[in-house]
Design a protein around this ligand. Sequence first.
Ligand code: UDP
Length: 465
Amino acid sequence: SGRTSPPPPQQRRRRVVVFPLPFQGHINPMLQLADALHDAGGLAITVLHTAFNAPGPAARRPEFQFVAVHDGVPADVAASGDVIDIIEAMNAAMEADEGSAALRDVLASVIADEDRPSVACMVFDANLLAVPKAAAAVGLKTMVLRSASAACLRCLMAYPMLHQKGYLPPQESKLYMPVKELPPLRVRDLFYSSWSDQEKMRNLFARSIEATNTSSCLVINTLDVLETPELERIRDELHIPMVLAPGPLHKLSCKSTGSRLRQEDYDCIKWLDKHPPESVLYVSFGSLASLDANEFLEVAWGLATSGHPFLWVVRADSVRGLDGPDFPNGFGATVEGRGKVVRWAPQQEVLAHGAVGGFWTHSGWNSTLESIVEGIPMICSPQFADQMMNTRYVEKIWGVGFEIVEGKVERGKIDKAIRKLMEEREGSEIRERAKELKKKVAECLKTGGSSHIAIDTLMKHILSM
Ligand code: UDP
């Protein structure tokens, strides 16, 4: 693996400040990067965090320093669950006079802390638009982390073109039209959220590319073997001295814990221990995606009728409009011994468990990477943001999964998709490809592999600052 031995002690003198966007899918890769810089590189870490989605005490690695930044997200916006709105409110508050002065003060006092090693630079999430100015004001150098794929960044870079040429906003009649500038994407695979304010979304993307361009280094949580042409185009088109792909970040350190907002249920690992190899379907739709009450019923009965063992993550907020999930009558008895439901799973451990033979996922980028690393074939049910394009790559470029039949969520379709993956010939071919891809990814992580070289390059760059 890409794990390296601890560095000589004299390197412990530098420190990196990290500032993730406060959503699980962004916090994880940022703190995994911090883990790698700390464990393999010997750097000290200061984590900036907002009050919104602040990491609880159990989620704080004791070796790291945690410092709060005022986010100014009004309670009603936080409760709305609209990610674009929440990011916008956060940026507006941190860019307003008072907020930007507060952010500057926090950065200044973090830098001035003489009890800790001197700060080399700050790594921030590209969506935190107030950072470049505040950092520049206190003389702090910055780097950007993108927690989605390189393909996703290319799509956001192409946003003005996509509107100019009429690909966006997507029209019903053109959903399957190829976007020839961004193969293999079709109109329906583009990053788009119909319920968000379009102006806000375009503005956020444009400004986040600008913020990325102000930095000396861009880190993308991906790896060469998955996205060679996409990375090449990004290197060509952005004016950043260094674009690195050291992913998957969760594999770079032995301790990729300490970043979770929710408490994992480890009982499911014991439950998995009782099952034969590759027999269990793991089902999770990430930290944000939800179902309506009817879809939830269909998923429950689809899982029940397929006859395969399953481990299903159902969050308290998995079903829209309900305080908690309402399982159908008779469901528990039907799946007794064969199905297990948890509130939140230790997903990386689950996917690494030999009993897991498939992953029904919403195709969030972290989940996709975590599945690929372990060679687990996927059934994809994308909902929004970059999930459609991740699904497209899974199906078309890597061939390690397929999208569940589009349209309404129905038990019959679910049952069929599960059987296809777990029983049929097509499923076993997909499984073979997933195992092949796992090997290629493992090569990237070894000494001399592309991800290993990228993290080394990053370390050297930081230490030279
Ligand atoms: N995750 C987890 N336990 C669960 C479900 C998800 O630890 O029960 C983690 C998962 O490993 C991944 C993250 O939550 O790192 C979800 O990120 P992703 O990009 O897949 O989706 P998002 O939640 O951002 O939609």
